[in-house]
Write a new protein. Sequence first.
Length: 190
Amino acid sequence: MIRLHLRARGVPLFALGLLVVTVLAAAATQWLTTRPYFDPVQARTPVIAVAPLLAALLLGPTLAGADELLERGTPTPWQLIRTGHLAAAVIGIGTLLALAGRSDALARNTLGCVGLVAGAAALIGVRLAWLPVFAYVCAVYASAPALDDRWAQIWAWPVQPSTAHLSWWPVLAAFTAGTGVYILRGARTT
């Protein structure tokens, strides 16, 4: 049953896409950090912001089956399956990206991006679940200040280094709220 569930949700294609994102993140991190004209810590910022975003966008379509209403009509414990699906995805994405990009900030951003995509899937459906997190991360990347103040650590968490401890609070809130809504309600049917 689990193999059928994973295939019906497009998980093999997601795994292939995640592998591509991981390889690109490792290559970009290597290239950016070896340039003499970049600060090695600041050079990772594009990878820290974009790699978890791309992985979460790839995850979005796997959060719903072809017919959500039909699936909900079965006597299957869907909350448990959704929990396992998200847990496996977060652990897989976070571990691969953190190893590839050599930064804890990639694991943090994975939690935030997956939480936002999962919450959006429950509220607006999987077709548009990518839109809120994509818009937010792009807006923050384009406008984030170079200052290291407390408020920037909170609202600009996608571009903060792993040493910005306050950046974990909004990420954990987004992850808890987004995955909680998705686990309880599932993806919104359109």
